[in-house]
Design a protein around this ligand. Structure first.
Ligand SMILES: NC(=O)c1ccc[n+]([C@@H]2O[C@H](COP(=O)([O-])OP(=O)(O)OC[C@H]3O[C@@H](n4cnc5c(N)ncnc54)[C@H](OP(=O)(O)O)[C@@H]3O)[C@@H](O)[C@H]2O)c1
Length: 272
């Protein structure tokens, strides 16, 4: 209840909601990184939503403070770079806009700073390393399976342009799965004779992680569990960057309606 009151106060302060000709109140949303691979898809996606007014995007070299002052967004979605995201998000909060940060690589201290700023201003916000609803559910379902299988391996498959390996999602999945096996760690079968170095993949918490980098993929991941006589595969496939649109829309609607700060889409989906 407090959150709703606080959010309403900010709206009154910024005038960041607008009404359509039919009288429907819309949420004014801007995108930082609107020319990027994800940002451009989001900018398109936002423009098709009746309750959202896309007020524009901001790119490298643009004056963010002036943009926020002029466009008065109620939410700023950020898919830029780790070095820029915190600065953008804090500027948004200072202007009374909710930060919705998809940019990966923020430190825990950065996220703490943003949460503190959001609370002080009475606006909601979210930092989520994965806005694909299916990917978040894949990890949740793998968490459920982990206690029941003695071995697990992860195969993640991404586009050839991805710089890091393994993906943050794969690493975080392996850590979560290992944490579910505290009393009885997973077994990990090493090759007795590895004739090609690295063939068994990396390893985190006794979970082997294999990274594939090929043109044609966007971002896929399979978690394979094994027990004698059976395997269980939980797989998430992304066919385009539109995969991030539903999760971002969900976040926009949620964080502009209340003043809560979320760490991860799973928290927002109440999966924890
Ligand atoms: N949370 C998720 O679900 C999720 C999913 C996919 C990707 N990501 C993350 O999202 C981020 C962007 O990914 P991407 O693939 O879209 O990268 P990208 O194609 O390189 O796009 C980044 C965009 O940010 C712009 N930019 C750089 N500095 C800026 C600033 N100071 N203010 C505003 N815009 C700025 C860039 O502008 P220029 O074009 O001028 O360089 C570029 O358009 C990465 O951190 C990635 O890991 C998150």
């Amino acid at each position: 209840m407090d959150g709703i009151v606080a959010a309403a106060t900010v709206e009154a302060e910024t005038g960041a909601h607008a009404a359509t000709e039919s009288g429907q109140v819309t949420i004014r949303v801007a995108v930082a990184g609107h020319r990027g691979k994800v940002g451009s898809v989001l900018a398109m996606g936002l423009q098709g939503e009746p309750d959202i007014e896309y007020v524009g995007g901001i790119g490298r070299g643009d004056d963010l403070a002036e943009f926020l002052h002029e466009k008065r967004p109620r939410a700023l979605v950020d898919f830029t770079r780790p070095s820029e995201a915190l600065h953008n998000a804090l500027a948004a909060v200072a202007a009374g806009a909710s930060p919705i940060v998809g940019t990966t690589g923020l430190s825990a201290t950065d996220v703490d700073k943003l949460e503190t700023a959001c609370k002080a201003k009475g606006v909601g916000g979210i930092v989520a390393p994965n806005f694909a609803v299916g990917a978040v559910l894949m990890m949740h379902l793998a968490d459920i399976a982990a206690p029941h299988f003695d071995a697990a391996e992860i195969i993640e498959l991404h586009h050839a342009g991805k710089l890091d390996a393994p993906s943050g999602t794969a690493l975080s999945t392996a850590r979560r799965l290992a944490a579910r096996r505290k009393d009885k760690p997973f077994t990990h079968k090493r090759a007795e004779k590895e004739t090609l170095a690295g063939t068994r993949g990396g390893e985190e918490g006794n979970v082997a992680v294999h990274s594939v980098r090929l043109p044609g993929f966007v971002a896929d991941q399979e978690v394979i569990f094994g027990l004698p006589g059976q395997t269980l595969t939980i797989a998430h496939r992304t066919t385009s960057r539109e995969a991030y649109v539903p999760g971002v829309l969900l976040a926009i609607r949620k964080v502009t309606a209340e003043s809560r700060f979320y760490r991860g889409l799973d928290e927002l989906l109440d999966l924890r």
